[in-house]
Ligand binder design. Structure first.
Ligand SMILES: NC(=O)c1ccc[n+]([C@@H]2O[C@H](COP(=O)([O-])OP(=O)(O)OC[C@H]3O[C@@H](n4cnc5c(N)ncnc54)[C@H](O)[C@@H]3O)[C@@H](O)[C@H]2O)c1
Length: 279
């Protein structure tokens, strides 16, 4: 259902790759809610993905950019303001990638060049976007910037690897920059900590299907899917959340507040006959 929550608002959406992407759902929902926006992703992603289809559907211009490049970000913001006819009201950072995860290197065998890339792509790019946007004075007062995080920033989830460190940094950037941008321009900055969701990035994590199953069973409301994440993003881009800033907001069916559920206790009682080969 559409409520016209973003009528008259302009935005930039980073990170839609294919129809499973969270950013893809955000774009569809933002379009339904009356926003106009540009879409951006890496040149490789544009070649591999299906972004043209989304661009046509949402009447959105696609601007290639590597979000680790300050110059590319400048181009995206400049072109977006040109195409949209002025400053923007919202930006979505929906970007994540770890070469260590991709190459199956465990957390105690990290390649440090890869770690630098993980942090640059998945967290520092958020700082770069905020810094460039502020320097270019590209966001209207009471604008809203959202990045997507995961509960592994606070707690250990086997297999999430160096992405956990990236997410901790991402959430810290939201707080630190949220202070500066809020103080100076009344721009709010938040992260949404999303349930495990079956997407290209998500599925790269070791044992991801078990992670999805575990949190589905643990969360009283079940996992939030990509569309539900998009809905939450829309509320944060809207004027209904003008005083929400510098927060990490859970969209996870209650998972992050759970310790042990009755169901898990019953399962635990059955005992463990076999010792796992890997810890
Ligand atoms: N899927 C999950 O379980 C889950 C859970 C919590 C948070 N998140 C976060 O949600 C965000 C979106 O991921 P998704 O699950 O929709 O997967 P996705 O694979 O659809 O999106 C990840 C995007 O990052 C883009 N990207 C990678 N390197 C880039 C770069 N250098 N510059 C610009 N873009 C780049 C990819 O092209 C892709 O579009 C990520 O931050 C991810 O960590 C995902």
């Amino acid at each position: 259902m559409a409520y016209n929550l973003l009528k008259g608002k302009k935005g930039i959406i980073f990170g839609a790759l294919n129809e499973n992407s969270i950013a893809w759902k955000v774009a569809e929902r933002a379009h339904e809610e009356g926003a106009v926006f540009t879409l951006t992703n890496t040149p490789i992603a544009l070649r591999m993905g299906e972004l043209d289809e989304l661009g046509k559907k949402c009447n959105a211009e696609i601007i290639p950019a590597d979000a680790t490049s300050v110059d590319d970000i400048k181009v995206v913001i400049e072109k977006s303001m040109e195409v949209l006819g002025g400053k923007v009201d919202f930006i979505l950072h929906s970007i994540g990638m770890s070469p260590n995860v991709r190459k199956g290197l465990s957390y105690d065998k990290l390649n440090y060049k890869n770690l630098e890339k993980t942090l640059d792509i998945s967290a520092i790019s958020f700082h770069k976007i905020l810094q460039v946007a502020r320097e270019m004075d590209a966001i209207n007062e009471w604008g809203s910037v959202v990045a997507l995080s995961y509960v592994a920033a606070q707690r250990v989830f086997y297999g999430y690897n160096d992405m956990a460190d990236a997410k901790s940094l991402l959430e810290s950037i939201a707080r630190s920059f949220g202070y500066i941008y809020g103080r100076d321009k009344k721009v709010r900055v938040n992260t949404i900590s999303q349930s495990p969701t079956i997407t290209t990035a998500g599925s790269g994590v070791k044992g991801f299907d078990k992670l999805v199953d575990f949190s589905e069973r643990t969360s009283p409301l079940g996992n939030a899917d990509a569309l539900e994440c998009a809905d939450y993003c829309i509320t944060l881009f809207s004027d209904l959340t003008r005083k929400v800033t510098m927060q990490n907001l859970y969209n996870d069916g209650g998972f992050s507040s759970m310790g042990m559920s009755y169901r898990a206790m019953m399962q635990y009682e059955k005992g463990f006959d076999e010792k796992p080969t890997e810890w």
